[in-house]
Structures are given as C-alpha cells and as structure tokens.
Design a protein around this ligand. Structure first.
Ligand SMILES: [Fe+2]
Length: 339
C-alpha cells in the first residue's frame, strides 16, 4: 500500500508504542520495524553465492559501526542504518541488456550482495528495533531486482531512493540517463509501486522523533521537497533526515575524494575542489539555500546518508551530526541508538 506522507494522519507523538507502530506500518510503509520484516527460510541461500567466511560465527562477517544520538526520544530505541546494497539480479527471460548488466555489475560488486542484505536484516531482527535503507538497494531496474526488494522488505520498509534506483540500464539506458527530474519521471510511478513509501519525501514519527526521507539522488532537492520539510518542522519534533547523497561538509568531501580520487599520503589541510554532488549543492540555489537554512534549524538533529561507500561522520551544524554509512554490499552497517 502506498501512502504519501502528506496524507498520513499525524501520529500522536506521545501515544505510539512498538505494537501499534508495527500495525500501522504494515499498511503505511515506514521505518522497518524489524519484527515486521518478512520471514524467509534459513536454507534459502542464493544458489550462486558461496559462503563468505564459512568458519566464522553467524554475524562476524558483518562490519557494524555504532553511534549514539541524544535526541530527546520518549524512550530509547535503535536503528540499523544500511545503504548501497547494489543488487544485480536479472531473470533469464529479461532482455540482453539486463543479462549484460547482471554479468558485469555482479563482478563489480562481488556477487555477495544478497547475502549481505540477508545478514544485515537477520542481525537487525535480533539486535535493533528498526531499519532504514538510504538507497541504491538495487543497481539498476530489473524484474528480478524488484522482486528481491519485495521479498526482503514486503510492505515494511522505510528509506530513500538512490541514484541507481532510477537507472533503467546504466550506460545502456535508452533514453540515455540524465540527472534530471524529467529522467526520474520516466520510471517514478513504477518505483512507487515497488517501494512501499513515497519516493520523493516521507515522514514518520517514532517515539517522538520525526524521521524524514527525501530523494536527493543527483545532489539537489526541489522546491516541493523544501516546502514539505518546512511543514514538517512546524510539528516541533526533533528531526532525523535520511537521504542518499550526503549534504557535503568539507571534511566529508575530503574523505570522499580520498577514497575515490586522491592518491598518496595526506599532506594538506586543503579541501579538494568541489565537483559532482558537492558542486551541485553549491550551485543549485534551492539546494544551497536549503542547506544554509538547515544549518540554523535547531530541530534538525541527525542526518543519515550513503552513496559514497565509505563510513565517515562529521558535525553538520551546532545541533546535527551527519553519518555516512559504507556499502551494505561490503557487509557494512551502522547501529544508531537514539536517546
Ligand atoms: Fe549512489
């Protein structure tokens, strides 16, 4: 069931408990209550994926980092934040482009992505209350990838789009992939049928904390998203912003460039020249003004993002710390305890 956040009845912030939250979420699509995740058989291991670290314990192959956010929750709760799973499945009956991408991109991401997702969700069931996925759950659009999304999340999912959610066939795409709203419009309604949340913007309150997700997959946000954010602020609750591309700070940008571009020892305090998403966030006036405003918004307390495939964190504003989590395809995740 797809329910845009602006049609959700506001939750009474002081009245939600775990049971009623789960019941509500089964219909509305929101943070994944871990107990609401679909159950799959333990022996249902992907055929093409041999065991990783077969002699180690069940969860030792996961790389989990931790964070604690003092946010003023009505009661403490924990969230597993994962991102960038990059599933690369295609059925045999799907077209030649999908077969070519399956072969090439499965090699790129190592072929253990489904195992990594299963491990993370199984771990989450036992250790945390909720799961948030901040995009690139799939590497490109295919029937098989969409079926995996449904299989592992059902209607119990909260998260954001990634840039890869919108790509039909990557470099083989026709029409050619463009980083625009018009390009997203080609498949936005299809994605809305597969992912059980509003793919542009959604809000959900958990224990008095407003989790807001938005699509910023090409670095920018739209005026409509800003308007919806401002109306959420009026609720007066502390906010956790969940999205794919970080709102870059100099330190997060430096770390990103260290990983993706710069070689050699770190010998300078200099911040690498802005390009890509960081440049977009400076040049697009709606986005630039939104980020400037967010740095002064005391209700913004935490940002969860992905996209860069590295684990890095930095202070975003006096009240908000930003956490970027590395790729789920690399068996990474971060547990965030909200107090
Ligand atoms: Fe991405």
């Amino acid at each position: 069931m797809k329910t845009p956040s602006d049609t959700l009845e506001p939750l009474a912030a002081n009245s939600i408990d775990r049971r009623s939250f789960i019941r509500r979420m089964a219909g509305a699509g929101a943070l994944i209550a871990t107990s609401a995740l679909p159950v799959w058989a333990d022996d249902e291991v992907p055929a093409a994926a041999p065991d990783v670290f077969p002699k180690r314990g069940q969860y030792e192959r996961l790389s989990i980092s931790y964070a604690t956010v003092e946010i003023g929750a009505e009661k403490p709760f924990s969230v597993l934040h994962i991102s960038d799973t990059h599933l690369t499945a295609a059925y045999e009956h799907e077209n030649a482009k999908k077969q070519q991408l399956r072969e090439s991109r499965t090699t790129t991401f190592g072929g253990h992505q489904e195992e990594a997702l299963r491990d993370a969700l199984a771990w989450a069931r036992q250790h945390v209350d909720y799961v948030v996925h901040t995009g690139d759950l799939i590497d490109w659009q295919s029937e098989a990838n969409f079926d995996l999304v449904r299989k592992y999340f059902g209607d119990a999912m909260f998260g954001s789009m990634g840039n890869h959610e919108f790509t039909t066939d990557m470099w083989l795409s026709d029409p050619k992939e463009e980083q625009t709203e018009a390009y997203k419009d080609n498949t936005r309604s299809l994605l809305g049928q597969v992912y059980p949340f509003d793919v542009r913007f959604q809000s959900q309150v958990v224990h008095g904390v407003n989790f807001i997700t938005l699509d910023d997959v090409y670095g920018y946000v739209t005026e409509g998203q800003v308007e919806r954010f401002l109306s959420e602020v009026k609720r007066g609750l502390p906010i956790v912003l969940c999205m794919h591309v970080p709102f870059h700070t100099p330190n997060i940008w430096r770390a990103t460039m260290r990983f993706w571009r710069d070689k050699g020892p770190m010998t300078s305090r200099d911040v690498p020249e802005a390009s890509g998403d960081y440049l977009m966030q400076q040049d697009d006036l709606v986005t630039r003004d939104f980020i400037r405003y967010l740095k002064t918004e005391p209700l913004l307390r935490c940002i969860l993002a992905g996209h860069e495939h590295i684990t890095v964190e930095d202070q975003f504003s006096p009240t908000c710390r930003q956490y970027v989590v590395a790729g789920n395809f690399l068996f990474h995740g971060r547990e965030v305890l909200f107090l």
